[in-house]
Write a protein that binds this ligand. Structure first.
Ligand code: C5P
Length: 236
């Protein structure tokens, strides 16, 4: 179950999409006390960034490990057991029933929460068809969200546009974590389905993942704090 009353500051997850530990540590230092939650994905994890998880956790920060696991159940379970010892709060897996079941069982007894990625936001109906799926994006997202809920998955990664409809499907116990967030006027980059921080929160997102609008800002701390102010306003 997700925590009640998450304070606005803790709802911003800053994506450390950076080439190495030195760059990540410099950014964490610049953001200081302002940011409480970081995401480590492929780029930094495979560049030696995983020890940062423990470092950040020991300094009181929360960490989202975005490695989107998917393998045979036993391998997923053993991987999740290892991740659970790193001190992270969230870990992503792809929303396949065997994978989700193995991950949920393996995180039992730890503080790690499992987030399922229903359908990657870069996929449209044509991409799913090309990959051999019968269902289109909206039907597959819905089916996988329901499976995730039944299997006891803690939350879903979704686009802000899907947040309202997913709440209708899974209720309000699962955390909804949304990338694809852009402050008004920010460059969209390769994101297609975007919302401002305020609209994403109003749509029902619990946590917002933001990368380039902060990493590429001239003043990263000010950019992060402006997003937190917008989150607080949207929450009233
Ligand atoms: O720079 P930007 O704000 O677009 O970064 C978004 C982050 O969220 C990236 O780390 C990206 O990998 C991640 N993400 C995403 N879409 C998903 C899942 C994760 O953009 N469906």
């Amino acid at each position: 179950m997700k925590p009640a009353n998450i304070v606005p500051r803790d709802r911003l997850i800053v994506a450390l999409d950076l080439p190495g530990v030195e760059a990540a540590e410099a950014m964490i230092g610049r953001l200081g006390d302002s940011v409480t939650f970081y995401k480590i994905g492929y780029q930094l994890a495979y560049a030696g960034g995983l020890p940062l998880v423990r470092q950040l956790a020991d300094s009181g920060k929360k960490v989202f490990i975005d490695l989107k696991l998917h393998d045979i159940g036993n391998t997923v379970a053993r991987g999740v057991e290892s991740v659970a010892k790193l001190g992270a709060t969230f870990l992503t897996v792809h929303a396949y029933p065997q994978t989700m079941k193995a991950a949920v069982e393996a995180r039992a007894g730890s503080d790690l929460k499992i987030l399922a990625v229903t359908v990657l936001t870069s996929y449209d109906d044509g991409d799913l068809h090309a990959a051999g799926y019968r269902l289109g994006v909206s039907d597959l997202v819905e089916a996988r969200a329901q499976q995730a809920q039944v299997l006891g998955v803690d939350g879903l990664v979704c686009s802000p546009e899907e947040a309202a409809s997913l709440h209708k499907i899974v209720g309000h116990q699962m955390s909804l974590v949304t990338p694809g967030v852009r402050p008004a006027g920010a460059a969209t980059g390769d994101q297609k389905r975007i919302m401002t921080p305020g609209r994403a929160i109003a749509a029902g997102a619990d946590y917002l993942v933001v990368g380039r609008p902060i990493t590429e800002a001239a003043d990263q701390k000010a950019a992060a704090e402006a997003i937190q102010v917008e989150i607080a306003r949207a929450l009233g």
